[in-house]
Design a binder for this molecule. Structure first.
Ligand code: TPP
Length: 640
């Protein structure tokens, strides 16, 4: 039986010898590589925190002490040590989640997985423990150098440093990277600390040479001393946040378990807020990750565990279509610049950065700042394109509303991973953007149905210089192209024209395929369905209203929450135009959707062609809709 198999909870770690712990660390790494290479997941970050996670569980007493994992993508080792050892269905329906999840374990507290919030959680929990007299409980937050670039983390640090009377330990996992190397002055400061640590090691070594080897040793010692003074001078950092008056321990080699434990023991004794600075390597122990310059296997799909090679068939993704088109546009439009929040490659800006290195800005995990900075760039004469995952855009609602829209700045927002995304679960589905951002006055929102429309709409969006424009598309491979039978003057595409004007199906973006399939099923039942794609879903196209007036039922289908979605918006437009055609808005329910594949989720919520067609038939047959034509007897009995 392996040591890992014998660990069913943190208390099993306490009696292990140093050699057993080393063996356990290796077993954990082997297990992570073997299992994540089958399921996909966050491999690099977890390989980097094996020793830190072991030490946290040996020095502190979870769940009595509260562990907060910033973002939570690096909580796999913690899961393994707290009784969750079956990773065979990681991130799949009914399998364990890719982030901490309260329903899985009392050891998990924060499951939001949007970065940079851990210190605010820790601040709040520690305040609560003090005020409720639970003074013996520690709060331990593990946060990466990437997450530390987020504004929320700095706001929390400001508060934490102001209120010294609580047991709060901030463990900084400094691997120098977010996906790509972490950016900014803060990252440079960390780099200085790291370099200084190396210098100190060399300095100590050369000093021993000085005593042992006479003149050559003396020459080496003085050379290193001189170089150190030259590099660091008087600016050698004394702490990670020199002006915040926060106790600092480090830097510590985050892979030396003994050192890590000693540092945490010291922090524990201190019993006030303290930062423990660990230096680690993302992907530690797995060469394919360590030597992968792009992202050190931050997140992988299925891979060959021996070589790290991807086993997934690559075909054209929404992201790459967007990335290529933006480069093409920027070649002739010199005002176009691109902004990313620490996700250059995941949002498809890699090629743009290679082609126009001076026109791309990685602002760190700082979506709010990205948006307002873009407003400033637009004011200054540029056309910024801000590329963000749909779910992270939620962070910057106020900035889109007040800084961009109120000031009539021409900024284009490109929302990747919109709609149901699948394995990353509740926090990562991009299902709120349509409902949230359509309330912004003068915003224009586009949802391309395929690659051709994505290119087209991106070009149209970048032409708008006096208002925010937003384009949203999904995860993964782009669907086939759906050619329109005609385009209306206001830009709406008719994808299917039925002679009998029974149902008008308005498909939002990638739901076009499902809408067309549903229309086919309806046609087989003798029900005529027109399918349209407005392309720009906000504001509502005039032709949607006109077509609605010609049909007996309108059905809208969107890959976003139904509450306050595009369907609701169209309903309001119909009412304003006094069109009384019944409308059924289909979309996602008002709930947090757990991890499962996109198809499994769409099936569960009834967003498949069969379910939609069945629903329409039921409405028509149930006479909920005034129905003029007589349905054939055959169609009344047919099952879909
Ligand atoms: C608000 C927000 N923006 C972007 C992301 C996407 N994201 C997930 S992890 C990550 C990098 C985190 O870097 P770091 O905190 O240093 O952790 P590491 O992976 O290096 O261990 C990013 C940008 C996110 N989770 N939340």
């Amino acid at each position: 039986m392996s040591i890992l198999q014998r660990i069913s909870g943190p208390s099993d770690l306490k009696g292990l010898t140093a050699a057993e712990l080393r063996e356990l660390a290796q077993e954990i790494r082997d297990y992570l590589v073997t299992s994540v290479s089958k399921t996909g997941g966050h491999l690099g970050p977890n390989l980097g925190v094996v020793e830190i996670s072991l030490a946290m569980h040996r020095v502190f007493d979870s769940p009595r002490d509260s562990f907060i994992f910033d973002t939570g993508h690096q909580s796999y080792v913690h899961k393994l040590l707290t009784g969750r050892k079956d990773f065979s269905n990681l991130r799949q329906k009914n399998g364990i989640a890719g982030y901490p999840q309260r329903s899985e374990s009392e050891h998990d507290i924060v499951e939001s997985s949007h970065a940079s919030s851990s210190l605010s959680w820790a601040d709040g929990i520690a305040k609560a423990y003090r005020i409720t007299g639970q003074d013996d409980r520690y709060v331990v937050a593990l946060i990466g150098d990437g997450a530390l670039t987020g504004g929320m983390a700095w706001e929390a640090l400001n508060n934490i440093s102001d209120d010294n009377d609580r047991k709060l330990v901030i463990v900084v996992n400094d691997n120098g990277r977010s996906y790509a190397p972490t950016i900014g002055g803060f990252a440079r400061n960390l780099n200085n600390i790291r370099t200084e640590q190396t210098y100190r090691k060399l300095y100590r070594l050369s000093k021993s040479f000085f005593y042992r080897f006479g003149l050559p040793g003396r020459m080496l010692w003085s050379a290193i001393r001189g170089a150190g003074k030259g590099i660091f001078g008087s600016v050698t950092p004394k702490s990670m946040f020199p002006n915040l008056d926060l106790k600092y321990i480090g830097p510590i080699d985050g892979h030396d378990l003994q050192q890590v434990e000693q540092a945490l023991q010291q922090a524990r004794k201190y019993a006030h807020p303290v930062i423990v600075h660990m230096i680690t390597q993302k992907g530690k122990g797995y060469d394919p990750a360590v030597f992968n310059d792009a992202d050190q296997f931050h997140a992988v799909g299925q891979i060959n565990p021996e070589t790290g090679e991807s086993l997934e068939v690559s075909s054209s993704s929404w992201t790459s279509v967007y990335g290529d088109e933006l480069v093409r546009i920027a070649q002739s439009n010199h005002r176009v610049v691109a902004i990313t929040g620490a996700m250059l490659n995941p949002v498809g800006l890699g090629k743009f950065a290679e082609t126009f290195p001076n026109r791309v800005f990685d602002v760190g995990i700082a979506e709010q700042h990205a948006v307002t900075s873009a407003a400033g760039m637009a004011f200054g004469g540029l056309h910024p394109v801000v590329s963000v995952y749909s779910t992270f855009m939620n962070r910057a609602f106020d900035q889109v509303l007040m800084d961009v829209a109120l000031h009539k700045e021409g900024v284009t927002f490109v929302l990747d991973r919109a709609g149901v995304t699948g394995p990353d679960g509740a926090s990562h589905h991009g299902v709120w953007d349509l409902a949230v951002f359509q309330v912004v006055p003068n915003i224009r929102i586009a949802a391309p149905r395929d690659a051709v429309r994505l290119r087209e709409l991106l070009n149209e969006a970048i032409e708008v210089d006096d208002a925010p424009t937003m384009i949203r598309f999904g995860k993964g491979n782009v669907d086939q192209n759906f050619v329109a039978v005609k385009r209306m003057e206001d830009g709406l595409d008719v994808l299917r024209d039925a002679p009998a004007k029974d149902v008008l199906i308005v498909a939002v973006g990638a739901m076009a395929g499902v809408a067309l399939q549903a229309a086919e099923l309806l046609a087989a039942q003798g029900i005529g369905a027109t399918v349209v794609d407005p392309r720009w879903v906000v504001p509502v196209a005039e032709s949607v209203v006109q077509l609605a007036a010609q049909h007996r039922l309108v059905v809208t289908i969107e890959d976003g929450v139904r509450v306050g979605g595009i369907g609701t918006r169209i309903r309001q437009a119909l009412r304003a135009a006094e069109v009384d055609t019944a409308l059924n808005e289909l979309g996602l329910p008002d709930e947090f959707l757990e991890h499962a594949s996109r198809n499994e989720i769409l099936e569960r919520v009834g967003l498949t062609a069969q379910a939609i067609a069945r629903d329409i038939v039921a409405q028509v047959l149930g006479a909920k809709v005034p129905y003029a034509r007589q349905l054939t007897d055959e169609s009344k009995t047919l099952e879909i």
